[in-house]
Design a protein around this ligand. Structure first.
Ligand code: CA
Length: 511
């Protein structure tokens, strides 16, 4: 990256690659018409923060280059110094999946990073939690109201007696009945539910509340689940008896969870999810590269990083197949892209549906530009594995976990895959949070950090203003991950109790 910047509050234009013919405005509030960029153009009009400026005259049809890649074609002649707004950028075709590069740029293994640990809760299956939670599973949405009331009373009446337990959560969802449970794609929501019950933050304690007539059998949620841990509401005598039974069973689990304490764990026990939401054109300049640097540190320390969001990597897929550790990984990446292409086609949607109005307002012209910024979260290492939606992680290192880009669905699927903490980058801003795991929010621009000082945990906007480097923010984030995983620091979302719902990905028919 070259930051064409002098000092102080002088105009900031950020170019990601020497080949680029556009650069992004880094100043809060944008830059006005007539602003002279040192060694660059004079702006012909006002250009908002995060939006692109033409560095040279671009004739109609010219390639528009950012990150050294074609993000689109000029829809008309664009003079040097113009605002290259969305309508001037014609979307290129999606890269084909049949002749992608394969393992031709596999990065060498990075040097191991020694000496870092976190304090976690050791589980019977060998995994470690960053929280010590009781999770109350449900087999169908019908029971959600009763379970919510039971959880409320457990928190008020039982939890004070079990101070080592961090909380009680209801795993409510919209699946379980009225769905084609035997359809091939039903495997996705079903394995998601099963794997959510096994998330390391739930301490290996499993109980399920069912209704009694639903399609999804409660006993199929977990292998070897004790009969006493399955409560069926249709077997109870009224509401009060339902709540009493749930509270009674919950207490047996609370007793066991309360006997646990945090113990030193190696970073190799960590599985960290990376996600973005409400992205802008600075996402790929500040927050995502800093998150990528932290991803490299986690992998170097022996840990595991999941990155996701198929529609946000689809247009940069060649960069990922190049980094695949072996041909199997490259084939699995292509398999997941093909599956999603078909899924979108069946719904008569295409990849251009991904970019939101907020993305565009933030300066992202289209999905190609968004994808090139999005994959920066994965860092620079070799890609060691690929998971289909909701599959449990089965190896260490850098993993592509296929999910939709939807913040809540991606979060739910990554938790099923086994993450104990998520890092979430945002440019436009979202109060997003998850109850099962801590979420560290990284903002892309100083103006968001100023607007939301009590929601954004890390301000990567300092990279654009020249006040910090990608490496500095990356280290800051790595250390914060270890502090939050250890319970030494809490995120803003945890402090305020901001939690989004579990949202299953169900590509199968609803009946
Ligand atoms: Ca997202």
């Amino acid at each position: 990256m070259s930051v064409d910047q002098a000092a102080g509050k002088l105009p900031i234009l950020i170019r990601m690659s020497p080949a680029d013919n556009v650069a992004v405005v880094g100043n809060s509030g944008g830059l006005g018409a007539g602003t002279a960029i040192p060694d660059g153009p004079t702006l012909l009009e006002h250009v908002p923060e995060g939006h692109k400026v033409a560095l040279r005259d671009l004739p109609k049809g010219a390639e528009i280059l950012r990150y050294g890649e074609v993000i689109g074609y000029a829809s008309r002649s664009i003079p040097r110094g113009s605002w290259v707004e969305e309508s001037l950028v014609e979307l290129p075709g999606a890269p084909g999946l049949d002749e992608l590069p394969c393992c031709d740029k596999v990065p060498p293994r990075m040097p191991p990073l020694e000496g870092y640990t976190f304090l976690g809760y050791r589980n019977p299956d060998g995994s470690a939690g960053t929280k010590n939670l009781l999770g109350i599973n449900t087999s169908v949405q019908c029971v959600a109201g009763v379970v919510d009331q039971a959880v409320k009373r457990i928190k008020e009446e039982l939890l004070p007696r079990y101070p080592n337990v961090d909380g009680v959560i209801a795993l409510n969802h919209n699946y379980g009945c009225g769905v084609a449970i035997n359809a091939p794609d039903a495997a996705v929501p079903i394995r998601t539910l099963r794997n959510l019950a096994r998330n390391p933050n739930l301490g290996g304690e499993t109980m399920v509340i069912g209704l009694g007539c639903e399609k999804f059998p409660p006993e199929s949620l977990a292998e070897g689940i004790a009969a006493a841990d399955i409560l069926t509401l249709q077997d109870r005598h009224g509401y009060a008896d339902m709540v009493r039974a749930i509270m009674e069973r919950a207490e047996t689990h609370l007793k066991r969870l309360n006997d646990r304490h945090r113990v030193p764990c190696p970073v190799s026990d960590l599985v960290i999810g990376m996600q973005c939401g409400g992205s802008d054109a600075l996402s790929g300049v500040t927050a995502n590269p800093a998150v990528g640097f932290a991803s490299d540190l986690i992998v170097r320390a022996g840990g595991t990083v999941l990155f996701s969001e198929v529609t946000e990597v689809r247009d940069a897929i060649g960069r990922l197949t190049s980094r695949a550790a072996n041909p199997d990984v490259a084939r699995s990446l292509i398999r997941e892209m093909k599956w999603y292409d078909d899924y979108l086609e069946n719904g008569q949607a295409d990849r251009s549906a991904n970019t939101s109005p907020g993305n565009k307002k933030g300066g992202l012209a289209n999905i190609v530009e968004k994808a090139l910024g999005s994959i920066a979260k994965s860092g620079s290492g070799a890609i060691d594995g690929v998971l289909s939606p909701g599959e449990k992680v089965d190896r260490k290192g850098l993993i592509f976990a296929a999910t939709p880009a939807s913040d809540f669905i991606c979060g739910t699927l990554q938790m099923a895959s086994g993450i104990q903490l998520q890092v979430f980058t945002t440019g436009r801003g979202t109060p997003y949070g998850l109850e099962m795991i801590p979420v560290i929010k990284v903002g892309t621009r100083n103006s968001l950090a100023e607007q939301w000082p009590d929601l954004i945990d890390v301000n990567a906007g300092r990279i654009a203003s020249g006040d910090a480097t990608i490496e500095e923010i990356g280290w800051e984030l790595f250390k914060l991950i270890l502090d939050v995983a250890s319970g030494r620091k809490e995120t803003w979302a945890e402090k305020w109790g901001l939690y989004n719902d579990l949202c299953l990905f169900n590509p199968a028919p609803v009946t």
